[in-house]
Design a protein around this ligand. Structure first.
Ligand code: NAD
Length: 394
């Protein structure tokens, strides 16, 4: 029996496939699979997940949509020049980058696009089905890593692109992960379809820096019975994300998730705001400063300040790989609906679940164990059948 029968390959379809995060995902996956780098930052590569039945990194096949046409190897080159990717890695995995590049299809809507929403959904779903069919994949996880969209205009407004892609994923029978604050599957139209489809989905907005710290520090203040009076934050970042978040409506979508973590962990919303400043010179490097004013015993006033300096895409990429593997395995195991056990990864998690990082990690470990225990059909048999089942009925 060939390896491909015992280990079916799994598709990862990236919306925003030519962006910094997506390029780092494709490059990093190939580099780690080839043993060029250790899987630092990938929780699914730690011992508790060994028996979860997750697809191997070498079995992931990448494709996606983007509205830009910059070739992926060129994008990787500029990320190398910016110090995001270590020297030599993009060259070492040039074949994998070129293969993923061939699988990127034009996204939308582009300026002047005359296609209707229904036509766009059909086009996106057709691209997905074609990808599944040509690679003989039983499943592909759609992951949104496209530019953050402005907050939706409400009832009657056109569907945001992220929701068109989410609907296309459902139509093609694909599980879906929203790594961005955009509406995606949260839009009522998509939420209704998601419920009907029984497909697993997760989101939204990856928790990679400032909010990760908030999910640790919020519970600390609450558990030590310290009163947080104000929690203010400022972010300086460049890159495509910095430019997109310079739009106050897009930044509002991002900040809502950051504030939810505080409200959920502290039980109140403290005074203070979060600001995001676009500083193009910083490229993919983000500095996040938090200033927390709190009261101790007898009302004694104190301050905690934190400064997080991280490379955004290097923080996000291992999480995207974790999420793709966990969601693919959930789909294979017959898990449906919102994957609340993946709240560990998100600022604004779907479903009900704890908001402190330690409890979220506990949930994730339980989920990983349950995936390992899930009764499944023989994977080899599924691989043979895979090409027949490429879509739902939407
Ligand atoms: N630490 C992190 O990096 C982090 C954490 C949480 C969330 N995110 C989110 O991940 C997303 C990607 O971040 P990035 O740094 O890669 O941004 P980026 O600007 O480098 O990439 C975004 C890509 O999306 C593409 N795009 C825009 N509109 C599209 C559409 N309608 N269809 C298809 N593609 C489209 C762009 O052309 C671009 O290639 C952002 O929404 C960001 O907020 C990132």
């Amino acid at each position: 029996m060939s390896a491909s029968l015992s280990r079916p390959r799994v598709g990862v379809w990236l919306i925003g496939a030519r962006g910094s995060v997506a390029t780092t995902v494709v490059t990093g996956c190939a580099a780690v699979a080839a043993g060029l780098h250790p899987p630092t930052g990938m929780v699914t590569e730690t011992p508790p997940f060994t028996e979860s039945g997750l697809p191997a990194l070498s079995d992931l096949v990448f494709g996606g949509h983007d509205t830009l046409d910059c070739p992926l190897p060129k994008r990787a080159e500029s990320l190398t020049a910016g110090g995001v990717l270590p020297p030599g890695v993009a060259t070492a995995v040039a074949a994998e980058l070129a293969a993923a590049d061939r699988e990127i299809r034009p996204g939308g809507p582009t300026p002047g696009d005359t296609r209707s929403e229904a036509e766009l959904i059909t086009a996106f779903a057709d691209d997905l089905r074609d990808f599944l069919h040509r690679h003989e994949l039983e499943r592909a996880v759609v992951v949104n890593v496209a530019s953050t969209e402005p907050v939706s205009q409400g009832p009657g407004a056109p569907l945001p692109a992220s929701t068109l892609y989410a609907l296309a994923a459902l139509r093609a029978g694909c599980p879906y992960v929203n790594f961005t604050p955009s509406e995606g599957m949260h839009h009522p139209v998509a939420a209704r379809e998601a419920e009907r489809s029984g497909l697993p989905h997760a989101g939204r907005d990856g928790k990679t820096g400032q909010t990760l710290l908030r999910a640790v520090l919020g519970p600390m203040f609450a558990q030590r019975a310290l009163t947080v009076r104000a929690w203010s934050g400022t972010n300086l970042l460049g890159g495509g994300d910095g430019a997109a978040l310079a739009d106050p409506a897009a930044a509002a979508a991002k900040n809502a998730g950051k504030e939810r973590v505080l409200a959920d962990t502290l039980g109140t919303v403290p005074e203070g705001e979060v600001h995001i400043d676009d500083v193009p010179a910083l490229g993919d490097w983000k500095t996040a400063w938090d200033h927390i004013a709190f009261d101790g015993f007898l009302g004694t006033r104190m301050i905690l300040q934190t400064i997080w300096q991280g490379c955004d895409s290097a923080l996000a990429a291992p999480l995207v790989l974790d999420l793709a593997r966990l969601t693919a395995r959930a789909h294979e195991s017959g898990v449906s609906g919102p994957l609340s056990a993946l709240g560990f990864y998100f600022k604004d998690p779907v479903g009900e679940g704890p908001s402190g990082l330690a409890e979220q990690y506990g949930e994730l470990l339980r989920f990983g164990r349950s995936l390992g225990e899930a009764d499944g059909e023989d994977r080899g048999a599924r691989a043979v059948r895979g090409t027949e089942k490429t879509g739902g009925a939407l």
